[in-house]
Design a protein around this ligand. Sequence first.
Ligand code: APR
Length: 253
Amino acid sequence: MDISEDLIGRLRNAKHVLVFTGAGVSAESGIPTFRDALTGLWERFDAEELATPKAFLNDPALVWGWYEWRRMKVLRARPNPAHLAIAALETRVPRLTVVTQNVDDLHERAGSRDVLHLHGRLDSPFCFACRRPAVYPNEIPEEPEGGRHVEPPRCSCGGLIRPGVVWFGEMLPEIEWNAAIDAARSCDAFLCIGTSSVVQPAASLTMMAIQRGAITIQVNPNPTALDDQVTINLSGQAGKILPELVETAWGDS
Ligand code: APR
């Protein structure tokens, strides 16, 4: 692994590590990323045109159908070595904060606790009208018969149940966002894994860590706008690089 002994030493002595993840950390679990063209039934759609309150009100069954498709992919997926390496880190560093933009529960299923979800979670639907938490009527999403549309369930208040995710134009959950900012401003090592760093304000966390003087490591097979900002760029797949990085820096801790 192309990291100097000095930087390995800084990682090993880090008191607080923040791991910030995007869709790329779940890519090797078979969950398509956002900037990949949506596949199959959804290939002619853009995430940005489906993940908005307006899109949901305009065609609730289409947007609910898309999230049921994503929920099905998550239920069929398993945590990959990147998720497992991040979970292993919890017992090897004095303090670890995991902040994710992902709405899947693969970090939790890999064993990570206290994951901060900045963009909500697929497993926490709620009523669009009264915002009461709801439950999915069916454990396993129904396979839309050949189409894309699945009618969303209704709340007892009559409102439509919506996915528990943060849509474009909506505010991030305050508690999680404030905790993520505190962590970015206090960590001494920041691992930025599998994100294109284009969606604000989540993407600003990396700059907060850089301004704090933390050692910042980006893991991504493709270039991003942060390439010249971070301390180290590890180009490649998270499922391969992360286990190696955790072993190299924290293997015997
Ligand atoms: N390992 C690491 N990184 C990967 C891998 C992999 N195996 N495969 C793809 N990537 C990288 C891609 O190169 C890309 O930079 O993961 C990144 C995924 O970027 P996006 O699809 O933009 O996903 P993300 O950054 O999480 O998007 C942020 O945008 O659509 C909204 O709310 C949505 O949370 C999402 C936010």
